[in-house]
Design a protein around this ligand. Structure first.
Ligand code: TXA
Ligand code: MG
Length: 342
């Protein structure tokens, strides 16, 4: 683990970052912080490097990766064209938590896109990530730096838990800010389509670049999602999670029944309701009044249940407005679709 202070001086040399970039240039893979979650980066032009990413994560090879760049000049060879709407989005949100799906260019390693004719690209808003990309002079293909299926890592410690012994190093830039992954937007269709809700909201996208819709696969279980990654089980704690769409009193009743049956219970709650519950493990996860704080704490909270020996977890639901859409998308996946309505 190589620590770098996030408040770094962009002009200075950082031996930790140089070290990481040397590994990347040798087609090895290293973990690094972004503003959303930690990524596991490798040379996006090398199939050998990409193979190592899939290996380290245990990721299904039909799930394509996001290519991270530090300047729009790097798009040359990575994408083959940039529609006007995509340019508007780049101007408005890069660097930032927005990934654009564009027609694939010739230089991208075939394994990055899992054979698709499109490629996902983003410019991360994190000084360590930006410096790493600049220093190795290569676009970095990077999925979240977790073992496939586990919650995404928002600290270097999370990455260490999942990937120690499997990769040469982790750049530690402290806890990430946004806490959930970038919004993925398809820019190759008639209008913009959100394939994965994230840090940039639908409302913000519409304001910057016009009509934007949600991929029907996100809203309706019967439709296949367009983003290959959205079909897998994800973000799951060890114990089964049940989301409860109802009052705290109803949620407590459910827990009481389980307790009578001798089970150990965990509850994932907003700060506002935390003192209401009686359970073996109570993990608060941000405030309902500030959904950004829920996003920021979400994955750490989900991982924290693995430290306790609960048999079953009940979780509150949040409004799907703004970043709430991303929070609920991830929670529904962690719960494998198990939702109990009052
Ligand atoms: O915030 C993030 O996006 C983080 C940080 C590290 O940048 N990365 C991340 O990567 O979340 P990953 O691999 O965990 O998720 C990438 C998502 C997947 O759902 C994948 O299916 C989708 O992007 N994706 C990648 N390329 C695509 C493409 N060409 N068309 C549609 N979806 C694509
Ligand atoms: Mg991921």
């Amino acid at each position: 683990v190589w620590s770098v202070d996030k408040k770094m001086d962009k002009e200075k040399e950082y031996p930790q970052i140089t070290q990481a970039s040397l590994w990347i240039k040798k087609n090895e893979v290293v973990a690094f912080p972004t503003e959303t979650v930690y990524g596991l980066g490798g040379n996006a032009l090398s199939d050998e490097a990409i193979e190592k990413i899939f290996q380290a994560k245990g990721r299904p090879s039909d799930n394509p990766l996001i290519v991270h760049i530090a300047s729009t000049e790097q798009l040359e060879g990575i994408v083959s064209s940039i529609p006007e709407r995509a340019k508007k989005l780049m101007d408005a949100f890069w660097p930032g938590p927005l990934t654009l799906v564009l027609p694939k260019g010739e230089d991208v390693a075939g394994r990055v896109t899992a054979g698709l004719s499109t490629v996902a690209v983003r410019m991360p808003d994190h000084p360590v990530a930006m410096k790493l990309i600049k220093e190795c002079g290569l676009p970095l293909a990077a999925p979240s730096a977790n073992v496939s299926g586990r919650p995404s890592p928002t600290t270097a410690q999370h990455v260490y838990e999942d990937l120690k012994g499997r990769i040469p190093g982790i750049l530690d830039g402290g806890a990430t800010g946004v806490g959930v992954e970038s919004t993925v937007v398809d820019c190759t269709a008639e209008t913009l389509v959100i394939l994965r809700p994230g840090g940039v909201t639908k409302e913000q996208l519409e304001e910057a670049a016009g009509e934007t819709s949600m991929d029907p696969g996100l809203l309706n279980e019967k439709e296949a999602p367009k983003s290959p990654g959205m079909k897998y089980t994800h973000y799951a704690p060890d114990a089964p999670l049940y989301l409860v769409d109802g009052s705290p009193a109803f949620l407590q009743e459910l827990m009481d029944k389980q307790k009578e049956a001798g089970r150990k219970i965990g509850v994932l709650t907003s700060e506002e309701n935390a003192s209401f519950y009686q359970a073996d493990t109570i993990i608060p996860c941000g405030s309902r009044e500030k959904l950004e704080s829920v996003a920021h704490h979400l994955y750490d909270a989900l991982r924290a249940f693995n430290e306790s020996d609960v048999d079953i977890i009940y979780g509150e639901v949040f409004p799907k407005k703004g970043v709430g859409a991303a929070i609920m998308n991830r929670l529904e996946k962690s719960a494998g679709g198990r939702i109990i309505k009052e």
